[in-house]
Each structure stands twice: as C-alpha cells, then as structure tokens.
Design a protein around this ligand. Structure first.
Ligand code: F6R
Length: 219
C-alpha cells in the first residue's frame, strides 16, 4: 500500500482500524510505503509524518514494523536518501494501492507545481501555499519545515490503483482543475487523468464544481 498523511485519509485509517479490530482485516502481510516526510524532522518529532503514521494508524493494527517505509527526514545526503527510497520501492515491487490527498495547489505527495514532472523520489522546496496550509498543524508558520522528501510521479503513476480523497469547499476549485482541466505539471495531480484505475472520493463540497453527470453518489 502507498499511504498519505494529512487530514484527508484520517477517516480511512479510522475505518481500517475499526475493521481490523472487528477481525475483518489482517495487516500482517501488508507492506506500507509512505509518500513523503519533512526534511530535518527526526522520526520521534511529533510533527514528523513517521509519528503521524505510527500514532494514527500503525500502532493500532498488526502491521510488521519492518514493513513500513518512510523517507528519513534526517538523512545526511538528500540524493542518497532518494535513491535508497526508490530502490526500496522497486524491491517491494512497487505500489498496488496508492492512497492520496490533494493539496490546494494541486500537489500530490509533495510534488509541487512546476515546469516538469519529477519522476523519482526527490527533495523538494515546499511552496508558500503548502507551508501556509500545513501551518495549522504547527505552532506557527515559521516552524513548518521548508523542504521535504517525496516520492515522484513514477511511483504514483505506476501504482496499480489510485484512490484520491478530497473534502471541503476549499478543495472544490483544485479538484475541478486537476480532474477536468489541462494535464500540466503546473497542476501536478492533473497527471492522474492519465491513470487507468483512479477512484476519486469526495464530499459534496469538494466535488461541487464537477458536472453532476460525472458523479456517482453513495449514501
Ligand atoms: C501528505 C501528502 C499531501 C497531502 C495534501 C492534502 O502525505 O502527501 O499531498 O495529501 O497536502 O493534505 P490534507 O489532506 O491535509 O488537506
């Protein structure tokens, strides 16, 4: 499984935990690859994505701790860490099911808007929009790390299935741009239009700018 952090997948993790506790799911053979990690944060920093995954998901299920992968925020050498992470993903055979959120600027993982799509894992300078959006989880904006490691588009696009979760009116514009606009690295998620097994799940507010004929409602 390829996993994301942030607000969007919290409901999904809670649901998976509750199915696990009911005895309906077994994670003992699951291998989990996270999309990204802030550069500079140790794993035990409460703001690290490692901490997020551990506290919100992994400690509640029976996943083998040797089977959860996330870039090291405190790696000494960016390039080596990125190559190491890509090799790990390759060794695992890639991602079967990739869970994604969507940034307000169209980022997926921390693939920020730019001139090109980055293929491999890379260290990225976070955009002002991302720093502002993520500041809600820190004491103040200054505390948000300025760089992060993220898997590249290859890992995401080669996933057999992609599930993208969006919620809230503040995502409505970017949802329309990403899934009904031009495919361009300026809106990184727009590349998902080319994926052959993508499921977009959203609440009414986030999907409010999508033409009704293209929606399938669940109650
Ligand atoms: C997090 C990640 C990001 C988030 C995105 C949306 O691991 O990769 O792309 O999915 O920033 O964040 P939320 O869900 O907090 O709105």
């Amino acid at each position: 499984m390829g996993l994301a952090t942030g607000t969007s997948p919290i409901g999904t993790y809670n649901q998976l935990i509750s199915w696990y506790k009911k005895g309906d799911l077994d994670f003992s053979k699951v291998r989990a690859i996270n999309l990204d990690e802030y550069k500079g944060l140790t794993r035990d920093n409460s703001q690290s994505y490692f901490s997020y995954m551990y506290h919100r998901f992994y400690k509640h299920i029976n996943i083998d701790f040797n089977s959860m992968f996330i870039p090291y925020g405190t790696a000494k050498n960016d390039e080596e860490e990125c190559v190491r992470y890509d090799r790990t993903i390759e060794t695992l055979g890639g991602v079967d099911l990739q869970l994604l959120g969507l940034g307000h600027n169209g980022h997926i993982g921390f693939n920020e808007p730019g001139q090109i799509y980055e293929i491999g894992t890379h260290c990225v300078k976070l955009s002002d929009t991302t720093i502002k959006a993520n500041a809600r989880l820190f004491k103040d904006e200054q505390e948000v790390p300025k760089y992060a490691y993220t898997v590249g588009m290859k890992t995401i696009m080669q996933a057999k299935k992609v599930v993208c979760i969006v919620s809230g009116e503040d995502k409505a514009y970017i949802v329309k741009e990403a899934f009904y606009g031009l495919v361009t690295p300026r809106v990184p998620a727009s590349i998902l239009q080319l994926h052959n097994d993508l499921v977009l799940i959203g609440d009414e507010a986030a999907l409010s700018q999508i033409p009704v004929n293209n929606l399938c409602a669940f109650s």
